[in-house]
Design a protein around this ligand. Structure first.
Ligand code: NI
Length: 174
């Protein structure tokens, strides 16, 4: 299987608004292969999520998974999920502040305030419409990855760059 490499901050594709995926594309063998490659790239990078822009393909696909991840030792687990054309339909007014990292910004963690809960709308990997509630760390990852599809990085969401730490200096406190 072809290994996709992850582009880093500064690459213009991370600033593109990704385009929607069509039902015809979802069924194509090429697209099915691409989804597998994205999951492999996320796991190889030990990420908890990955957006297609991050592998240089500006269309609306994200993958996420959290399972005993050494990059996020305190993170709760959630199963592998592949989401096509995802969008946040509703943001809770209640916010929560937490540390985020990004495979496209390697070596750093930043403190970001986001909605504590969201309502997600997306297509499953087989093209079935889904709508569900998400909260906590899972909701944070969803918001982070969907931001990627709109050309945004977590650093754009930071209120204070003093809360941007190199991993060598990071202790999870602020
Ligand atoms: Ni990211």
């Amino acid at each position: 299987m072809k290994t996709l490499s992850i582009v880093k901050i500064g690459n213009p594709v991370l600033r593109e608004k990704a385009r929607a995926v069509s039902f015809k594309e979802i069924r194509s063998a090429r697209f099915r292969r691409f989804l597998k490659q994205m999951v492999a790239a996320m796991r190889a990078g030990k990420g908890v999520g990955l957006a297609a822009n991050q592998v240089g393909a500006a269309f609306r696909v994200i993958v996420l998974e959290s399972r005993k991840n050494p990059r996020y030792p305190d993170a709760p687990d959630f199963p592998l999920e592949i989401l096509i054309n995802p969008r946040i339909a509703k943001y809770s007014p209640v916010k929560e502040t937490g540390w985020e990292g990004c495979l496209s910004v390697p070596g750093y963690r930043g403190l970001v305030t986001r909605s504590k809960a969201v309502v997600l709308e997306a297509l499953s990997s087989s093209g079935v419409k889904l709508r569900k509630n998400a909260e906590g760390f899972y909701a944070r990852v969803l918001q982070h990855e969907i931001d990627h599809l709109n050309g945004l990085l977590y650093v754009d969401r930071m209120k204070n760059l003093r809360n941007w730490h190199h991993l060598d200096e990071y202790d999870g406190q602020s």
